[in-house]
Design a protein around this ligand. Structure first.
Ligand code: DP6
Length: 391
């Protein structure tokens, strides 16, 4: 009788927010970037994808993926590349040890859940692909390191390769045509600089803007500023950023983070036709951060923006009262502050119009911190009979 056993493994994986931005592909098929990047992994207590991967001869003969209870298309080249690479690694284990079950030949059933709204524009593809790759690697019992797996996750979504690690992570662009050296490495673990906090201001966006995948392609094709960014600006920022993280030098970390965000969004404006990710609310957040830093007489808060209007503001715990306190004063009773001991602060000198724009435009806040990489869990999203568990 055929083995009807259901094999399964589960993991959670974090979101990461870049402080040196990835923007531009030199090879869209392999998802190879035009520059290296650095990110901070955020705590999974607030933002994570939980994924269970299962396989069995009893499953219908096709791979499936359920995200927050809705079926996703897995036929796209990116998901297929991840499946193919992971199966190939499993298959070579099976070839070396014929006693292993032939999991590489079985259909995959993947069930995923985000603990945050997928539509909020919060780097869900990074956590999503990192969790998918890590869960399948666990299922297949692959001996691969996080860096090995980052090479696979990168093909799902570039930024996902950095979510295989916790703490402070670099994605080295690499130079080989096959992408084998375009991988993520740890710059420092979360424990090295555990006092890093991130406040996310979720801006109510009416419609989705240009996706990062297509946005960066148009930038590469049309922006001249982009050339300079990839060749001169980013290499300089990479060096400064890695040193700032190693030395826990927030002033430099913050300055480079803000200049990076500004440089990336300049290349978006220099794209033809131009791409606008920042809106009035984003600019109000920049203004308030500038005012906080001016009042402090040094950089204690740093903003950054990805391919959308949400602001992420980094600061250290010792300045939480000022940075988060001022913003809490501005934003009042929004969802997301609950359970945190943040006292409202009024430092004066904060632009009143910017505060008003923030009040009207921010729909929710997420106060979080630097966190760990993927965590294996026994908590499964698939029942023993192989069916997805209903929430
Ligand atoms: C602005 O990783 O979403 O967030 O590789 O096409 O999936 P694809 O792009 P994606 O781009 C992220 C761009 C960014 C900057 C960053 O995270 O480094």
């Amino acid at each position: 009788m055929a083995d009807k056993k259901i094999y399964q493994a589960s993991t959670t994986a974090p979101v990461n927010i870049a402080v040196v931005k990835y923007w531009g592909k030199r090879d869209p098929k392999l998802n190879l970037p035009t520059n290296s990047s650095v990110s901070v992994t955020l705590s999974q207590a607030d933002l994570r994808t939980h994924t269970t991967a299962a396989c069995s001869t009893s499953f219908n003969n096709e791979d499936t993926l359920l995200l927050n209870s809705s079926p996703q298309d897995v036929t796209g080249a990116r998901t297929q590349a991840c499946f193919r690479e992971l199966r190939a690694l499993r298959s070579s284990l099976e070839a070396a040890d014929p006693s292993l079950p032939k999991l590489s030949t079985l259909p995959l059933r993947i069930v995923s859940e985000n603990n945050f709204p997928t539509a909020a524009g919060l780097a869900s593809s990074a956590a999503g692909f990192a969790a998918l790759v890590r869960a399948i690697a666990n299922l297949y019992e692959l001996p691969s390191s996080p860096t090995d797996l980052s090479r696979i996750a990168r093909q799902g979504s570039g930024s996902a390769c950095r979510s295989l690690f916790g703490g402070y992570v670099a994605w080295q662009m690499g130079s080989k045509a096959d992408g084998s050296d375009s991988v993520a490495v740890e710059v420092a673990p979360a424990s090295h600089w555990p006092t890093m906090r991130a406040l996310i201001l979720v801006v109510s966006a009416e419609k989705k803007g240009v996706s990062s995948t297509s946005g960066m392609q148009i930038t590469v094709a049309t922006s001249e500023l982009f050339q300079r960014r990839a060749e001169i600006v980013v290499p300089k920022h990479m060096e400064l950023m890695e040193k700032a993280i190693k030395e826990k030098d927030f002033a430099t970390f913050g300055k480079v983070t803000m200049m990076e965000s500004n440089s990336f969004h300049s290349t978006c404006l220099d794209t033809y036709p131009p791409i606008f990710y920042l809106n009035d609310v984003s600019r109000a957040a920049i203004r308030v951060v500038e005012d906080i830093n001016k009042k402090a007489g040094k950089i204690i808060a740093a903003y950054t923006f990805d391919a959308g209007p949400n602001a992420v503001i980094y600061f250290e715990e010792e300045n939480a009262d000022v940075v988060a306190g001022v913003l809490k004063g501005a934003l009042g009773s929004l969802e997301g502050w609950h359970g945190r001991e943040i006292k409202v602060q009024d430092i004066g000198e904060v632009d009143a119009r910017a505060v008003q724009v923030l009040k009207e435009g921010v729909s929710r806040v997420i106060l979080t911190s630097v966190g760990e990489g993927p965590i294996r869990t026994e908590e499964s999203l698939i029942a023993e009979n192989g069916e997805p568990l209903q929430k």
